[in-house]
Design a protein around this ligand. Structure first.
Ligand SMILES: [Zn+2]
Length: 362
């Protein structure tokens, strides 16, 4: 028998973070999900299971089931072909709580691993969130207060008075996890035996088989349709897996402005600020993007493309290439690209550095 206090602790894991971590289908707000009850899931097509922030539970009013963190985790894992006993579920959830621990994650205990061309990907955890917070990027709704970022999970562990102070006086930032999911960008964790990595897994080129693939996850995992950018949390190394290309973070965003950036964190900076973006993921992909603009994309009269590449020789060079392309394209086409360069103050190397400076003042 597990002590009630331990069960309660496991249930204190934010159920919304679990939903996101398991890539569970939600509505745009993340407040409603597809029913995780295996008896209802297969006939449930619209996310209607409602989140209750007071109890940290989801409730389905159609099959009348209520899900706490342990219950959701077990049901969702079962549907995803990865059944957990009650004890295993409690142990997994407790592992996720230890945000302040300095011990490297034991990769065997992490949930949901995908073997991807030599890299194992795991659910994003405290380290990745912290890495992103330092870059002014919040995956989940957060408050910035006295130089620290507080997610719901951290807040829920504090006294009512402390929580109230932070909620009232802190600056609120809306989390972008739901936008990333929509755009099929997944933040994950990996460990290569030496270092911990934050991984950006990008899936592209999907078709109607999508839903089928999600349900029969492991059997249909098609690695050719995704790539992974892995960056060590100490900022020292970067590894790419699969064919790296540019990707859009435009779904769920207003499309009147699109910002082209060199790296994912620059693009996520725009996501944080409610702007659509494209991450080149390498300046070399500027050619691939120009091909796309030439052959596949039709410019819109009410849309402007902003060039927001790095403040260095390679960035300026790629910016010039894009400008030359637009000039040439506009000479030969009736529908014209409208474009402008974002002038990042010289002391910042890229838009993310500029944003971090602003974010840290909040
Ligand atoms: Zn249900």
């Amino acid at each position: 028998m597990i002590e009630q206090a331990i069960i309660d602790k496991a249930n204190s894991v934010s159920i919304k973070e679990l939903v996101s971590g398991l890539n569970w289908k939600t509505d745009t707000t993340g407040n409603k999900i597809i029913c995780p009850n295996p008896d209802h899931y297969y006939s449930d097509n619209t996310p209607g299971v409602v989140f209750n922030p007071q109890s940290n539970k989801y409730r389905c009013f159609r099959c009348n089931k209520s899900f706490d963190s342990i219950g959701f985790y077990r049901s969702a894992s079962e549907i995803q072909g990865n059944s957990k006993t009650f004890n295993e579920a409690v142990s997994d959830l407790l592992d996720m709580i230890d945000e302040d621990s300095n011990v490297l994650f034991d990769s065997k205990k992490a949930i949901k691993s995908t073997n991807y061309k030599g890299i194992h990907l795991y659910k994003c955890m405290g380290y990745e969130l912290e890495y992103l917070h330092q870059r002014g990027i919040c995956l989940y709704d957060s408050y910035k207060y006295n130089g620290k970022v507080y997610t719901e999970t951290t807040l829920n562990k504090m006294s009512d008075e402390e929580q109230e102070e932070i909620r009232k006086q802190g600056v609120f930032y809306r989390g972008i996890a739901h936008i990333l999911k929509k755009n099929r960008v997944y933040v994950k964790h990996s460990f290569d035996g030496v270092k911990n990595y934050i991984c950006y897994e990008v899936k592209y080129d999907y078709d109607e088989d999508e839903e089928l693939q999600e349900r029969t996850h492991s059997m249909f995992e098609n690695t050719d349709r995704s790539f992974v950018i892995a960056k060590s949390l100490d900022g020292q190394s970067k590894k790419n897996y699969g064919h790296i290309d540019f990707n859009f973070i435009t779904d769920g965003m207003p499309m009147n402005e699109i910002y082209i950036c060199e790296g994912m964190e620059d693009a996520l900076t725009y996501t944080m600020n409610g702007k659509a973006s494209i991450s080149l993921n390498s300046v070399g992909n500027v050619n691939s993007l120009m091909d796309y603009f030439e052959q596949c994309y039709v410019p819109r009269y009410n849309q402007k493309i902003y060039l927001s590449l790095d403040n260095d020789a390679a960035g300026l060079n790629a910016t010039q290439k894009l400008i030359d392309f637009f000039v040439e394209y506009n000479k030969n086409h009736k529908k014209q690209y409208r474009y402008a360069k974002v002038n990042i103050p010289e002391k910042f190397k890229d838009i993310n550095e500029y944003w971090v400076d602003k974010f840290n003042q909040s």
